[in-house]
Design a protein around this ligand. Structure first.
Ligand code: FAD
Length: 311
């Protein structure tokens, strides 16, 4: 008898049967961002060609909150992914700095190119920049889209460790329930490094009656600058000891930091898929090599039977 079998047989009487199989097929999807219009799309188009080889279930395209015009950035990139690459596409839409007219225009532009999946977002409130009054919360945007463009599939954002504006996780989850009830068919999480926090959040969502699929946002850490930016902007995200050790030890060793960052992300994904996550949404940072590495290391866990159809 192997050691693992011995341990399992000893534990059998004490623990409930572990769920080993699920009928649900987890998805692997990617996030990309449109480059600064002054830089142009050449690099991202090459990266997307490469990413297509990993057969992502869908690709989402971020949108600038108030810096760039969505019409010139997110819409053409989403059009390319949806129509030239034939990969289902989600366009992000942060609305805190948009009027109802502008949102209605953007929905028409996306619809005209066949992109009718939206990640409906409030967007960050930029210090010193007064928000418009039309969309105070993502829920307002979702209600607007439902009324204005009912053919759109709406996805929402969620925060396993709480949104920084929330006084506590309970009120955040209560607001998330309102958001889902307003019409989200699924949710994508903010990045996290501690899977236990994600599982805890999933359980709380279930208790709150949130029953849509939750896609886990995973960001591989590849270099020191990215790590420093992350530490500065994501104060509420728990960094497990194992993760902090990687940052400490390899801070000045780019090759090892990249290798360990990728291995850490793969480890997270293996655990998530094994524990029946609905899907993994990879924050690719437009890096095709990263997406390919993760795909190659984990693709046998994801069974892509179809790219087309509902998410
Ligand atoms: P909301 O759901 O509106 O929540 C914001 C805060 O308000 C929370 O604290 C919530 O608890 C609270 N709240 C919500 N509803 C109510 C209510 N009815 N009453 C009182 N309080 C309420 N930003 C971009 O600019 N561009 C992007 O492309 C982008 N992509 C993202 C993708 C993902 C997967 C995630 C997780 C975030 C993304 N963001 C993006 C960042 C996002 O815009 C910010 O986190 C923003 O601060 C919150 O947006 P939201 O849609 O989650 O807000």
């Amino acid at each position: 008898m192997t050691l693992i079998k011995m341990l399992l047989s000893q534990q059998k009487s004490k623990t409930k049967k572990v769920k080993l199989m699920t009928s649900q097929t987890p998805s692997l999807s990617f996030e990309v961002f449109p480059p600064n219009p002054a830089v142009g799309n050449e690099k991202i188009l090459l990266a997307l060609d490469d990413m297509k080889g990993s057969a992502p279930h869908f690709i989402s395209v971020t949108a600038s909150n108030n810096k760039y015009n969505i019409k010139e950035t997110t819409v053409p990139l989403a059009d390319h992914i949806q129509n030239d690459l034939a990969i289902p596409t989600i366009a992000h839409l942060p609305a805190i700095y948009l009027s109802k007219e502008k949102v209605a225009d953007t929905l028409r532009e996306l619809d005209a190119v066949g992109v009718n999946r939206i990640l409906a977002l409030r967007g960050d409130i930029i210090p010193g920049v007064e928000p418009l009054k039309d969309f105070r919360y993502a829920t307002d945007l979702i209600e607007f889209i439902k009324a204005e463009a009912p053919n759109f599939d709406i996805i929402g954002a969620c925060y396993p460790e709480g949104h920084p504006d929330s006084p506590n996780q309970i009120s955040d989850i209560q607001n998330l329930k309102k958001k889902v009830d307003a019409g989200c068919s699924s949710l994508v999480t903010q990045l996290f490094f501690d899977n236990e926090r994600f599982y805890d959040f999933q359980d709380k969502c279930t208790l709150a009656g949130i029953d849509v699929p939750i896609y886990a946002g995973i960001m591989p850490i590849l270099n020191r600058n990215q790590a420093l930016r992350l530490l500065k902007t994501c104060e509420n995200i728990h960094l497990p000891r194992k993760f902090r050790a990687i940052l400490d030890k390899y801070e000045h060793d780019p090759e090892s930091l990249r290798a360990a960052g990728l291995a850490y992300a793969v480890d997270q994904i293996v655990d998530l898929v094994t524990q029946d996550v609905a899907g993994v949404h990879l924050y690719t940072m437009n890096n095709a090599e990263t997406a390919r590495h993760i795909y190659e290391a984990t693709h046998s866990l994801f069974k892509h039977h179809s790219q087309v159809g509902a998410l």
